[in-house]
Design a protein around this ligand. Structure first.
Ligand code: FES
Length: 135
């Protein structure tokens, strides 16, 4: 075998590699907002392509997530952010969501919120969205 051939150590690793490449191919990077317009510890709503996305900045990291509570569709960007545990709290009934994973960590929400991969390039925040037409 050619020593330059890349062989996954396990079938599982090979499978993960394919999934990662597929996801990269299915996403596109969209310019969202200048970072200077996002205030530390506050959520800023941005509407793009029919999506409502909330962006916040905490301790040097930027987070982007769906601006819709999964309990009853109220805007999460109007609720408080708890920087100490990286959560946002829905102002309507108090559900909390992890800003990193989107996981619902307190009732009454039980479903996770969407989170988006974020990059900051030349002072602008970009999010990765699925390719149009992809599931
Ligand atoms: S609408 Fe958010 S907790 Fe009910």
């Amino acid at each position: 075998m050619d020593p330059r051939t890349i062989v996954p150590k396990t079938k599982f690793e090979g499978f993960m590699m394919v999934l990662q490449n597929k996801n990269e191919a299915l996403s596109r990077k969209i310019q969202l907002i200048p970072l200077k317009d996002v205030h530390e510890g506050k959520a800023k709503r941005v509407e793009i392509e029919g999506l409502r996305i909330a962006v916040t900045y905490i301790n040097g990291s930027v987070y982007a997530f769906s601006d819709m509570c999964t309990h009853a569709n109220y805007a999460l960007s109007e609720g408080p952010i708890h920087a100490e545990d990286l959560t946002i709290e829905c102002w309507k009934h108090g559900a909390q969501f992890c800003l990193k994973t989107g996981q619902a960590i307190s009732l009454p929400a039980t479903r996770p919120m969407n989170t988006y991969q974020v990059e900051v390039i030349d002072g602008d925040v970009y999010v990765h969205l699925p390719q149009e037409g992809s599931p």
